[in-house]
Design a protein around this ligand. Structure first.
Ligand code: SAH
Length: 221
């Protein structure tokens, strides 16, 4: 039985979707579970209809409220790095946005906890992910700088907005042996970091240059 109930997409789009997977593969993404999750996820349902013809391009697109849906390449890359640490029981995502990264995580992790500061975006994401029958996600409206302490620790934390510095709360909420993927920096100067916790030690690895919207302070009233 297919996990998704929604089809409603013609053959042409199916080919476009396959091309995206091929392109990601050529770019060095090789984790079969991640590629399969991307193949199965109808990205056109996460953006405005006016832009849906561009849904399977490997590019970020606007989703309103000055925010974007992440580029498939970076969604795949971050998920792949997270999975390299072993099976993912609990994952914390900061920045639900339209919920596309959340959908990919929900297919490779047992449980996903996702925090967003713009209520309208999160409400819409919730609806979409329920329509897609992804039920292992819990949402929280709040400030990602604070993480979600009540449910910590997490063996994976994935931040989808660029932070000036790594939030201390997120480091504290990472399980021993857990991994965090986080863009750090401002404006055009951002690097994707992988942080691995080993007891009280945190190893930082710089992976690649990235471009995310900023991780803003505080939740919106
Ligand atoms: N994960 C999305 C991309 C999200 S864009 C995708 O798959 O496409 C970044 C998101 O982070 C935006 O929705 C923005 O509102 C949110 N964000 C920014 N600062 C935040 C904060 N302090 N706490 C929670 N969410 C935040």
């Amino acid at each position: 039985m297919d996990k998704f109930d929604i089809h409603g997409i013609g053959m042409t789009s199916q080919r476009t979707r396959e091309r995206l997977i091929e392109r990601l593969y050529e770019e060095g993404l090789s984790n079969a579970r991640v590629l399969e999750a991307i193949r199965r996820t109808p990205r056109h349902l996460f953006i405005d209809e006016a832009l849906s013809h561009r849904a399977y391009e490997d590019t970020a697109l606007p989703i309103g409220h000055n925010q974007t849906i992440s580029q498939p390449y970076i969604v795949a890359r971050m998920t792949e790095w997270l999975l390299k640490g072993g099976p993912l029981d609990k994952v914390l995502e900061i920045g639900t946005g339209c919920g596309y990264q959340t959908a990919i995580l929900a297919q490779v992790a047992e449980r996903v906890f996702s925090v967003e500061r713009i209520q309208a975006l999160q409400d819409r994401a919730k609806e979409r992910l329920a329509e897609l029958n992804l039920r292992n996600i819990v949402f929280r409206y709040g400030d990602g700088w604070e993480g979600w302490n009540a449910l910590a620790p997490y063996n994976g934390i994935l931040v989808t907005a660029a932070a000036r510095e790594v939030p201390q709360a997120l480091l504290d909420q990472l399980a021993d042996g857990g991994r965090m993927l986080i863009p750090v920096g401002e404006g055009e100067q951002q690097e994707l970091r992988l942080i691995i916790r080993d007891g009280d030690q945190f190893q930082h690895h710089v992976l690649e240059a990235v471009r995310f919207v900023p991780l803003l302070p505080g939740a919106l009233a």
